[in-house]
Design a protein around this ligand. Structure first.
Ligand code: AFD
Ligand code: MN
Length: 387
């Protein structure tokens, strides 16, 4: 790809940020607060808009319901547009209501299953009031002990509940089903892997897609293989980008394993899936437990941009020739040559050509926004993940 095409692709890249990244978060041991943390969805969107202001690559904010429910959702969406961003994916939440202790869509109690379906239909209403097109479903459902419930019956209940939700989709809407290999339950998870998500999506229809959260795999999993497979099947709806050292750590994407992020973006670029028309949503799903939230999000965007730039620099023709020729070392060297390239000057140049500061971290720090919100946002209840 010639360098102008690389720069055009980088200039057009859009990464969706999660509203919950701007609220307080932590672990089951402690949720740390910090000065200036938003107290409501409007302030979360104001902070997310800063990330887009300085990176030029974060034009959408994903909401989480009920955390981000407000009386006037249309006003929230307009507020976002006034700040230069839009509402993105709507995330359901069936992991914080006591009724879901033994499952939501998979619960043995039909009344609780109906309640979980109703919550997702409410999320569809939120999508329509905010101009969103994607409903993201992550089910915490699972069991802790062998014999606790029927593994098969839970799959059947899951299929029925998803079918009810899917039937309510409008033609331009999508149901994105996210998998996670464990947590909050530890014996079985009802959507534990990409295969289970894919099976249910195939059964539902063309508007059902898989969400690949990079922190949701067993250690050592080859994630880029899953990316390639789902792209071949046109069923990769979205990434939830983050980093992990041990489990679903929700750390800054690229911070733990930038080489893995590059290999993931290489599969995306090779499949032409960087093109927004392909429909893959590049979203962050992170929590900034100990670092400042807005800079943490800016760094995350920069890490994805740099991995993407490296992937765009892979000499695809030479790589294909080497692969066909069975030139193992030559093919590997072509990939590693791109990965070894310091793309920071290139990405900085793209920012400058967009009229942005080449160093968004420095520009944000110098803007005084952090000091302003710390001074203004006094009182009220800081947003958290409601655990
Ligand atoms: C939790 C889940 C999952 C989900 C996110 C937003 O593990 O990653 O996407 O919450 O609901 O992190
Ligand atoms: Mn996720």
């Amino acid at each position: 790809m010639d360098i102008d095409a690389v720069k055009d692709a980088l200039a057009a890249q859009a990464i969706e940020v999660p509203s919950w990244a701007y609220g307080n978060s932590g672990t089951r041991f402690k949720v740390f607060g910090s000065p200036g943390t938003p107290r409501d969805p409007f302030e979360k969107i104001a902070d997310a808009a800063q990330v887009n202001l300085f990176t030029g690559a974060a034009p959408r904010v994903s909401l989480h319901i009920p955390w981000d429910r407000v009386d006037d959702l249309a006003a929230l969406a307009q507020y976002a547009r006034d700040l230069g961003v839009e509402i993105g994916t709507i995330n359901s939440n069936v992991f914080q209501d006591d009724d879901y202790r033994l499952g939501s869509l998979t619960n043995a109690d039909a009344a609780i299953r109906a309640k979980a379906v109703a919550h997702h239909l409410e999320c569809l209403d939120v999508m329509r009031e905010t101009g969103s097109r994607d409903l993201k479903i992550w089910l915490p459902d699972g069991t802790n002990y062998p014999g606790q419930d029927s593994i098969r019956a839970r799959q059947d209940r899951l299929a029925d509940g998803l079918a009810e939700i899917y039937a309510a989709l409008r033609p331009d809407e999508r149901l994105l089903l996210e998998y996670k290999f464990f947590e909050p339950y530890f014996y079985t998870t009802d959507v534990p892997d990409w295969g289970t998500s894919l099976v249910h999506c195939l059964e539902l229809g063309d508007q059902a897609m898989v969400v690949l959260d990079t922190g949701h795999h067993a250690p050592g999993t080859n994630i880029e293989f899953i990316v390639a497979q789902l792209l071949r099947l046109d069923r990769l709806g979205a990434f939830d980008f983050n980093s992990r050292f041990y489990a679903d750590d929700d750390l800054i994407v690229g911070a733990a394993d930038p080489f893995q992020l590059f290999r993931i973006m290489h599969e995306i670029v090779q499949a032409g899936a960087l093109d927004p028309a392909v429909g893959v949503n590049f979203m962050l799903d992170q929590c900034h437990n100990i670092e400042d939230k807005i800079p943490g999000q800016i760094r995350s965007i920069m890490n994805v941009q740099e991995a993407t730039a490296k992937a765009l620099l892979v000499d695809a023709d030479a790589l294909a020739d080497a692969q066909v020729a069975g030139d193992v070392l030559g093919a590997n060297a072509i990939l590693m040559d791109a990965y070894a390239t310091d793309v920071r000057p290139l990405v900085a140049q793209v920012r400058e050509e967009k009229g942005l500061d080449p160093d968004p971290m420095r520009a944000y720090a110098a803007s005084g926004y952090a000091e302003r919100i710390a001074a203004e946002r006094v009182g009220g209840q800081q947003a958290s993940w409601g655990a």
